[in-house]
Design a binder for this molecule. Structure first.
Ligand SMILES: [Zn+2]
Length: 67
């Protein structure tokens, strides 16, 4: 038996995000434009402006409806 375990490429796996438009790639908290808007967070590509990710903010405290 000569099983080669080739699943040992890169151990450090950061949350790298890829742009579908211009192939820009960077760690989420390094090169991307993260825009927090209320309860949502939008990740925009700094190269072409493509919205790569859009999700609700996780750490959303109590709803602030004070008018
Ligand atoms: Zn892009």
């Amino acid at each position: 038996m000569n099983a080669v375990a080739s699943s040992h490429r890169s151990s450090r796996r950061k949350s790298v995000l890829f742009c579908a438009e211009c192939s820009f790639e960077s760690a989420l908290n390094e090169g991307w434009l993260v825009v927090s808007d209320g309860d949502e967070r939008t990740v925009v590509c700094p190269e072409c402006g493509h919205v790569a990710d859009h999700r609700p903010e996780r750490s959303a405290p109590a709803s602030q409806c004070a008018d």
